[in-house]
Design a protein around this ligand. Structure first.
Ligand SMILES: [Zn+2]
Length: 134
């Protein structure tokens, strides 16, 4: 893990022990004065393969109240025979549902179609699974 302090924020690079750069993530945390919020962005460190946020909407925390003001979908990536997918817990699913964006793909903004506890994006094929009962 590499930490780079910047003038108004911090960049943290998380590199897997295998040294595989395509699996590395970069977390950028900064204070947005206009919004008076702390913003955390999670990006793949290898931006040649991906564009933009890793899909999980920005994590925005109100700088004064310390409350979450965005609806990030945070989970862990896991793999099965069809490739990798985002695994989230029931609580994250509930918050996501409350945000009204359950059918919006967090990667590309396309249509996410749910079937039980699993979803797949019709446009980019991104998959999400919910670990707990929902
Ligand atoms: Zn998509």
């Amino acid at each position: 893990m590499l930490v780079f302090p910047r003038e108004n924020g911090t960049v943290i690079d998380i590199i897997p022990s295998t040294g595989e750069l395509s699996d590395a993530l970069e977390v950028v945390v900064y204070h947005d004065r206009k919004l008076n919020a702390l913003i955390a962005e999670i990006l793949p460190a290898n931006e040649l393969e991906y564009e933009g946020n890793i899909g999980l909407e920005l994590v925005m925390v109100d700088a004064e109240r310390g409350e979450l003001i965005s609806t990030p979908v945070l989970g862990e990536f896991d793999e099965d025979e069809d490739g990798s997918y985002l695994l989230i817990d029931g609580e994250t699913f509930r918050r996501w549902k409350e945000s009204g964006k359950l059918n919006v793909c967090p990667i590309c903004g396309g249509e996410l179609v749910w079937k039980g506890r699993e979803a797949r994006c019709l446009e980019c094929g991104y998959r999400v699974k919910v670990r707990d009962k929902i």
